[in-house]
Write a protein of this length. Structure first.
Length: 192
């Protein structure tokens, strides 16, 4: 019995890994349950042993993706000795992040679509957003906790918007210009 619980947990984790990546690559409506299960190496029929619905999977996949982002940001903030905000901004606003949405920020790839999703999906996004803003608020300059939080919200919204725009344009030079401009803006604003 213990081995089957471990196998079930491993299968569920594999489904979440695949779903969080595919949703970020193709959007919620761009991939079906059968395809996700196939990509995870499992049968379509096994899906309901792990999740009650695709909506439930979407919520958990968002939470999963954002928890990975939180861990990455925690590492970057801790290792960015002199300027942790610069470390976060340069990583987030990079060509690598732009070119690999399946491994990137769920908010930059799914944010607009989340507003039309059930409360469970929006709740997962809200939790991840709060955690990421908290990390940023702990490393930006500001006189009060409230001022640092406002700044963190504005900086993160700028970073998400920059990533959305950089991915949307068909001009590589303009895409790079957007990323570079917002990186410089975030770095400058973070120390003021």
């Amino acid at each position: 019995m213990k081995a089957s619980r471990e196998q079930a947990a491993a299968s569920r984790e594999r489904i979440l890994d695949v779903a969080s990546k595919r949703f970020r690559e193709r959007g919620f409506d761009g991939v079906g349950v059968a395809d996700l299960m196939h990509d995870a190496g499992l049968t379509h029929g096994g899906f309901y042993g792990h999740f009650g619905s695709k909506d439930e999977l979407m919520a958990e996949a968002c939470a999963h993706a954002l928890s990975m982002s939180v861990r990455r940001w925690q590492r970057l903030a801790a290792s960015g000795a002199g300027n942790p905000v610069a470390s976060l901004a340069r990583s987030y606003l990079s060509a690598r992040h732009r070119d690999d949405p399946g491994a990137g920020c769920a908010l930059a790839t799914l944010g607009a679509d989340v507003a039309r999703r059930p409360v469970g999906v929006r709740h997962a996004i809200t939790g991840g957003l709060r955690a990421l803003v908290d990390i940023l608020a702990n490393v930006v300059a500001g006189r009060t906790k409230a001022a640092r939080r406002r700044k963190a919200l504005a900086l993160y919204a700028s970073m998400i918007g920059a990533m959305v725009l950089a991915r949307a344009v068909d001009d590589d030079a303009l895409s790079k210009e957007i990323l570079d401009a917002v990186t410089a803006s975030v770095e400058a604003a973070a120390v003021q």
